[in-house]
Design a protein around this ligand. Structure first.
Ligand code: HEC
Length: 385
């Protein structure tokens, strides 16, 4: 999104998160926080949230001023300790600073919290977890939420229409809050149940797997509907075999760009390129007569996960590029001769950019330059691009 404010709202939201997480860690370290679903539990029923700051930039600005003035007041107090002669002058400015600090609206900044609100997913967005989530979703959720996440046959019989799970919802909500809702259900303002609880049939690991599946599914739905991954999606985790060496995690390439090439039993492999690490994912076991690539994956769960994320079952010939941070950024379809900047599909604004650039002799070079120039600045609840 080309909103200049994203430059300072995202760090502000990140700061709110980080401070609260630090408080939670401190409490847990001091033995003052219990645990819930295997991680330290948030002890309060409210927490600070940045979610509303996106809608209300005026409040975000106020909050930034307040935090700035509080920090200044703190520094002045420190100075007062050190600088004896001016001590009383300095101390006198502190109430002044606090007086002029704008008061952000508590209604905007506070949100209900659950014990699991600050929990982190332990799955690493692995192909196995997405696959587990897929089976659970088909069994427990599809009737109300639908295969595409927009509502199933039972949706209209619910007290409220279930929200669209293929939109940005899962990128806005804290993962820990979604976890809680899956396990303990949701209630309306009067306390009536709106979604049933699943804690009797599912455990936390199942719920994390469901969250992974719903994200992968939402990414594919977004691609089908708009031609873009409006919400950033990570390259799923799996293990890769390279040249007979010990298997290694796909995530161990973090820091490098990775190109995933989907090849059938006999596909000729693309030429290696020094700018990318190439990993070949076979859609069928390689024929003995077909030369093996340096790094190959034979993992049905990864194939399924990629089909889900790419919103397509036509896998052989598909290529995906993940950036140095592990986000999937670009896709090239079967039969496409070369890469170009237009293959960058992890973005929100789809305005054609052809006019503003000189024709590149090397399409992949131009694409990589843009991937590097426009990193994903994903902050939960903040601006994604
Ligand atoms: C009986 C119907 C029903 C079933 C089954 C169901 N849901 Fe829901 N779900 C709902 C309704 C209704 C809402 C909206 C609740 C609200 O807004 O108060 C909802 C909301 C949600 C939300 C959004 C929560 C939020 O933060 O706003 C998620 C995520 C979700 N469901 C996931 C699931 C998953 C995963 C399953 C399967 C384990 C599932 N649901 C099964 C009816 C259902």
């Amino acid at each position: 999104m080309n909103i200049p404010s994203a430059d300072w709202v995202n760090p502000l939201i990140q700061l709110l998160e980080a401070v609260q997480l630090a408080v939670l860690r401190l409490l847990s370290w001091a033995g003052l926080a219990g645990t819930s679903e295997g991680q330290p539990a948030w002890p309060w029923t409210v927490r600070l949230t940045g979610e509303n700051l996106l809608i209300d930039l005026g409040q975000a600005r106020r909050l930034a001023w307040t935090l700035g003035l509080l920090a200044l007041a703190f520094i002045v107090l420190l100075l007062a300790l050190l600088w004896r002669r001016r001590r009383w002058w300095l101390i006198a400015t502190v109430p002044l600073l606090l007086l002029i600090a704008p008061r952000p609206d508590a209604g905007v900044l506070l949100a209900p919290a659950q014990p699991t609100s600050f929990h982190r997913s332990p799955t690493g967005f692995s192909a196995a977890s997405i696959s587990q989530g897929r089976a659970l979703y088909a069994q427990h959720c599809v009737a109300c939420h639908g295969a595409d996440g927009r509502g199933g046959p039972l949706a209209s019989a619910q007290p409220v229409w279930p929200p669209n799970l293929s939109g940005p919802l899962l990128w806005r909500r804290a993962d820990g809050d979604v976890l809680w809702r899956i396990l303990h259900g949701t209630h309306d303002r009067r306390g009536h149940a709106t979604m049933p609880a699943f804690a009797d049939s599912l455990d936390a690991q199942d719920a994390w797997a469901l969250i992974d599946f719903m994200k992968a599914n939402a990414a594919g739905q977004s691609l089908r509907a708009t031609g873009a991954w409006a919400q950033p999606v990570a390259l799923p985790g799996t293990t890769v075999r390279c040249d007979g060496r010990a298997p290694r995690a796909l995530s161990s390439w973090r820091g490098q760009r990775v190109r995933i090439v989907l090849a059938d039993a006999s596909s000729a492999l693309p030429v290696e390129d020094p700018r990318l690490a190439t990993v070949v994912v076979r859609t069928a076991p390689r024929l003995p007569s077909t030369p093996a690539a340096d790094c190959e994956v034979d993992d049905a769960e990864l194939r399924d996960a990629l089909a889900l994320i790419a919103g397509s079952d036509a896998l052989p010939g598909l290529q995906l590029i993940a950036d140095r941070d592990g986000w999937l950024r670009a896709r090239s379809g079967p039969g496409q001769a070369a890469w170009s900047e237009d293959d960058l599909i992890c973005r929100t604004d789809l305005a054609p950019r052809a006019a503003e650039r000189a024709p590149a002799s090397d399409g992949l070079g131009a694409l990589i330059a843009r991937i590097d120039a426009e990193p994903v600045r994903f902050v939960k609840g903040g601006f994604a691009h």
